[in-house]
Design a protein around this ligand. Structure first.
Ligand SMILES: C[S@@+](CC[C@H](N)C(=O)[O-])C[C@H]1O[C@@H](n2cnc3c(N)ncnc32)[C@H](O)[C@@H]1O
Length: 222
């Protein structure tokens, strides 16, 4: 497929959020069309919002393999995917990523300055993997693998990630004008981070009310 045809096919998805299951939506996109993936899938821990409503797909892993297969297909050859994951199920995430041809090339930790849960320890960090499709070139200025975090208050999503926590990755692993994909977009943090440093974005989210919130926020910024 020519670059012009790819661009035309992507246009309806660019710089907006698409409502739907990412497995189905990604199937509509051409292969090898995104430059970078920054995403935050359900952690498989049965998380519930403050009002008791479950976070979509956090209670099962039926989606995990087909979703990351779809993600790997749309990634350009020799590109990267940065993905948060739920550490209690690190084995499931890693085995799926490897099955999809996504190779761990770094482990990421975001340090919190506050305790968010007390169990055997006080939880004060988030984790992610940097995954490579093929052999992406090394960045000119690699970010540290321990990154800063700021409290979002989870005002627009129960597991909202701070935009600033994603920026070092987007800046290091993509260039202005590149396309950054988040197939589990929630409140759209990846899209707002991508936009703030001059990248295009594709967001997909299966819950309609999150999509409506993100669309409203995108409109207000235009
Ligand atoms: C951990 S949250 C992402 C939060 C986001 N990073 C933020 O900052 O707001 C995961 C999101 O993925 C969505 N989701 C789960 N399964 C999905 C699927 N198959 N396709 C699209 N979205 C999905 C959930 O509804 C949830 O909003």
């Amino acid at each position: 497929m020519s670059q012009t045809n790819i661009a035309a096919q992507l246009l309806p998805y660019l710089d907006r959020i698409t409502h739907g299951d990412c497995i189905a939506v990604l199937a509509e996109l051409p292969s090898a069309c995104v430059d970078l993936v920054v995403t935050d899938p359900p952690y498989l821990v049965g998380y519930r919002e403050r009002n008791g409503r479950p976070v979509g797909n956090d209670d099962n892993d039926a989606w995990l393999l087909p979703a990351f297969r779809a993600v790997a297909r749309v990634m350009k050859p020799h590109s990267l995917c940065a993905s948060f994951y739920g550490w209690p199920h690190a084995d499931r995430f890693l085995s799926v990523w490897k099955e999809c041809g996504l190779r761990p090339v770094s482990h990421l930790v975001w340090l919190k300055s506050y305790n968010c849960r007390a169990g055997y320890t006080h939880t004060r960090h988030e984790t992610g993997y940097l995954l490579a499709k093929g052999r992406p070139p090394l960045p000119e200025d690699p970010p540290p693998d321990v990154l800063p975090w700021s409290y979002t208050g989870n005002r627009t999503h129960p597991t909202q990630k701070p935009v600033a926590a994603l920026l070092p990755l987007i800046r290091a692993y993509s260039r202005p004008g590149d396309i950054v994909l988040d197939p589990f977009a929630g409140s759209g943090s990846t899209g707002f981070a991508a936009h703030s440093c001059g990248r295009r974005f594709i967001l997909i989210e299966k819950e309609a009310w999150h999509c409506e919130n993100v669309s409203r926020r995108i409109e207000h910024r235009q």
